[in-house]
Each structure stands twice: as C-alpha cells, then as structure tokens.
Design a protein around this ligand. Structure first.
Ligand code: NAD
Length: 494
C-alpha cells in the first residue's frame, strides 16, 4: 500500500489512547510550564504525538518521589522484587504489539525488529532480578572474637539517560539492573524516541510501587543536565555520545557519584585471508546495516587482507544491494527503515561528501534510494567506501548511519594496528578459521566485545561495554549488579 496512508493509519491506531507525559510517583503528569514537543515518524516525516517537555522542576519532583519510594523499596528482598518485576513483564508481554508499533513508528526501525528488541528488553528485566537473588554479600575471616560481614546495598536513586537508537532495549538494560539491585530510578528517554519508555512505565501502574520508577521527558540541556547535577542522585548511568558522556562524567565528579558510560564506537571487522568470505560478508553487512547503521557497536570499518579483498568486495556489494535495502518499516520483510530523524540524515549525507573529498572510493549507495515512497522520509541507501585509509575522518569518526569503510591490510600486525587505531574500543569482529589467529586477535584488539565468525551476538548474562573512549562499566551481566550496589562492611566484637 501507500506508505503515507499506511503510516497515518498506524499512527492513528497507536495514539488514540496514548498520552506521553512524564511519569512521576505513579502518575502521568504534564510539565509545570505546560511546554510540549513533537516526536515524529521518520518514514514519512509527520508528527506522531506531542510529549511533555520537562525542566529542572519535573526532575526535582521525580527525584523527590524516588527518594520517598526508596525507603521501602530498598527493604524488599530480591525474591520480592523478582515477583514484582515478573508481574510487570507479563503485562508488558501482553502489550507487545502495541509497544513494538510505537517503537517502530518512533525510530523508523522495521516492526519485526522492534518486536524482537521488545522481547529482548523483557528478557533483560527478568534476567537481572533472577541474578539479583544470587548477588550475595560475604563473611570475612577476622578471628575468634570478631565477626565481620559484607552487605551489598543499593546506591539509592539512580539517574539514567537513554539515547534514541534502541529505546526499549536500553530501558531494559538500565532500569532492569537498577531496580533489581534495589535502587529507585529517574530516567530520561531521548527526545527523539520517547514513547516506549514512557509507555512501559505507565504499564507498571499498580505493580511497581509508586515512585520506584519515574520518567522525565525532554531535551538534554533542559532535563538531562539537571538530572546529572541533582544532589540527591546517587548513581548515574548514561548511554549516548562521547561529548555528552564527558559532561555527564564531569557532573558525576562534581558530586563524587559513580557513573556508568556506554558511548560510541568505530568498531573494526577484520577479515583474514583464510576466512569463509561469504560468511564474513554476510555477518559484517548485518553488523552495520541492521538498524540502518545506528548501533553503537556497528562494525563500521572492514579491514580485509589484500589477498581476499576483491572476492570479499564482490560478496559485500551483493549483501549491500540485495539483502539490505530500504523499505517501509511496517511492511513484512523490510530489513532497513529510514534514519531516525532529520539531523541524523544531514549528518550521514555530510559524511558521504567528506569521504569523497578525502579520496575514498564510493562503490555503492551514497544517498536517497530511488522510489516515490522514499521521498518524504529520512531513508538512506547502504553505502560502501573502498580504498579507505584509517586516517580519514570517515574511518575515525562515528557516522551512525549505513556507511561502510573498507580498508586493506597486508599483515597480522598491520591489521591489529589499524583495528586499534581509533579513540573508541566498543566491539570488534574477526573472521578466520584459524583458531590461533582468532585467539590472538581477540586478545590483541582493544574492545569490550570481540565476536569471532559472528557479529552482534549478545544476550542477558553477556557483559557489554567499552574500552577507551567507548565507556566505563559493563551492562547486561552479573557484574552490572556490582555497579548498582555498594558494599558495606559490618564489624562486630563478639
Ligand atoms: P546524545 O549523547 O546526543 O544523547 C543521549 C542522551 O543524552 C539523550 O537523552 C539526550 O537528551 C541527553 N543529553 C544531551 N545533552 C545532555 C546533557 N548536557 N546532559 C545530560 N543529558 C544530555 O546521543 P544520541 O545521539 O542520543 O545517541 C547516539 C550515541 O549513543 C552514539 O554515539 C552511540 O554510539 C551511542 N550509543 C551507545 C550505546 C552503548 O551501549 N555503548 C548504545 C546506544 C547508543
């Protein structure tokens, strides 16, 4: 059908009973000053719904509600929290269709992927409460007349800030860990994709005690900054760009607050000459083009051995032109939706110009896909630059779009040097059938995750986070609970 009609109908259906306000102390509330902003559907560039635009005043209210709720929430046992969170996820699963549609409309991602990611979010919420039950303190050996033990206590009020690319999944990663460990939460979704985190909080009504989970919508400087600066916030967790991550870390330094940062990446995918090139092309194409290149861990530099280059490039171009093609996110079988908003489209287009000016060889894509259905939205073709030098800006800077850089190497040492020759260290891929090369490369590449003969493999229990400027801390795993608790040593004379 016609993309505009499809989307207008879907927007009408999705928003008929929807209010996207703040969620404070178990209630939907608008801003004190009445301000609102629009969130829009990037496939047709039309508004979806207006959203409460928060300021310091709403942050103060949310933190106050959270502090009040903390008194009883931190006394709940992990077992009790497990019951509560599972009741909530069961409600969320009943609303899967609704949440997936909101997510797809807000971000532009294909509906089928939005469904998968929503399920993943619920899995993380359940995962964290199950491991929280095994997150124990310990007894210490201090002699016959003394007794010492360690309690694991929540920090208190966690301030969490989300980016726009995986709103629901990252909500599960962050809020799930904080709540499971006995913290209360004030969370600010991205202004570009605020609908699902707000809706998920609304669906906690009557299940989570009021004030345990609070959402304040709004922009970075107006609402995000007061959250990071608030005295009563005990722990900060931020996912987003490096420049804003630095500001969040400064705010944390000011208040001596622990901070988890999940920042950007420029992840390499290294294709050794013995690799299964078909599999390497398939996984490294999915590794960037999934979510239209808007993944922090996208593999955006392919390092291919000179002997494998020509054959690999042919296979890669096949992936880029056949498997990954823009389409209506609401249609079955679509693999690539539009970029999520206008500025992102400008940014990606601009990097294509930069790449051409720098002398890289644009071999496919580079702009808008053909077709009347793509005219209004922020669609962008899978784009591949060959003959890229690792010093070029397109190889050094995070583009956050479907723009691949192919770089050739001639030795193992050179591959590792190029792989590590960026300021980031979030993830990496290695394609080889030689176990020795695989293990050496996994050890030599500076990144928080290294995938061998696959890409993007993760799940509840698998730590995720960055080396270098890609961040501090690990999410998704047992150790995440350590980042949401502090130990207290209790010493007794017997
Ligand atoms: P961004 O840094 O522009 O914004 C992230 C969030 O911070 C938004 O909610 C924004 O409103 C808020 N913000 C902006 N300025 C602020 C300030 N001064 N104080 C407090 N909050 C402020 O990032 P983005 O464009 O939303 O997301 C894209 C970035 O996120 C990319 O760099 C991507 O790699 C990264 N990312 C990382 C991960 C990861 O797990 N490592 C996951 C997803 C995205």
């Amino acid at each position: 059908g016609d993309i505009r009609e499809n989307h207008r109908d879907a927007i009408e259906e999705a928003t008929q009973d929807l209010t996207v306000d703040h969620w404070i102390d178990g209630e939907s509330v608008a801003s004190a000053n009445g301000e609102r902003f629009e969130t829009s559907d990037p496939a047709i560039d039309e508004p979806i719904v207006d959203v409460a635009q928060g300021t310091e005043s709403e942050i103060d209210d949310a933190v106050e509600a959270a502090e009040a709720a903390l008194r009883s929430w931190k006394e709940t046992t992990p077992r009790e929290r497990d019951d509560i969170i599972r009741e909530w996820t069961s409600t969320l699963r009943d609303h899967l269709d609704e949440l997936a549609l909101l997510e797809s409309l807000d971000t532009g991602k294909p509906l089928a992927y939005a469904r998968d990611e929503a399920k993943e979010a619920f899995n993380y919420l359940e995962y964290y409460v199950s491991v929280a039950q095994a997150h124990e303190g310990s007894e210490l050996p201090v002699g016959p007349d003394n007794h010492a033990y360690v309690r694991q206590e929540p920090f208190g009020v966690a301030g969490q800030i989300l980016p726009w690319n995986y709103p629901l999944q990252l909500f599960g990663w962050k809020a799930g860990a904080a709540l499971a460990a006995g913290n209360v939460v004030v969370l600010k979704p991205s202004e570009e994709s605020p609908m699902t985190a707000t809706r998920v909080a609304q669906l906690s009504k009557g299940i989570l005690p009021d004030g345990v989970l609070n959402i304040v919508n709004g922009f970075g400087e107006e609402a995000g900054q007061p959250l990071t600066n608030h005295d009563a916030i005990d722990k900060l967790s931020f996912t987003g760009s490096v420049p804003v991550g630095k500001q969040v870390m400064s705010a944390a330094a000011e208040g001596i607050k622990p901070v988890t940062l999940e920042l950007g990446g420029k992840s390499p995918f290294v294709v050794f000459p013995d690799a299964d090139l078909e599999q390497a092309a398939e996984t490294s194409a999915a590794g960037i083009f999934y979510n239209t290149g808007q993944s922090c861990d996208a593999c955006t530099r392919i390092l291919v051995h000179e002997d494998a280059h020509d054959e690999f490039l042919d296979l890669y171009l096949e992936e880029a032109t056949e498997t990954w093609q823009p389409g209506d996110p609401l249609e079955d079988g679509t693999t690539m939706g539009p970029l999520t908003f206008d500025d992102q489209y400008e940014k990606v287009s601009n990097y294509v110009e930069i790449g051409e000016e720098e002398g890289a060889n644009l071999v496919v894509g580079g702009g808008d896909p053909d077709g009347e259905e793509f005219e209004d939205g922020w669609f962008f073709e899978p784009t591949v630059f060959d003959d890229v030098d690792n010093d070029m800006r397109i190889a050094q800077e995070e583009i956050f779009g479907p723009v691949q850089s192919i770089i050739t190497f001639s030795s193992y040492e050179e591959a590792i040097e190029i792989a590590n020759g960026v300021s980031y260290g979030l993830a990496a891929g290695v394609a080889t059938n030689d176990a020795s090369i695989a293990h050496h490369a996994a050890a030599d590449i500076l990144a928080g995750s290294v995938w061998v003969n696959e890409y993007h493999g993760d799940g509840p229990g698998v730590p995720f986070g960055g080396f270098k400027e890609s961040g501090i801390g690990r999410e998704c795993a047992k150790e995440t609970l350590d980042e949401y608790t502090q130990s207290k040593t209790v010493n007794l004379k017997l």
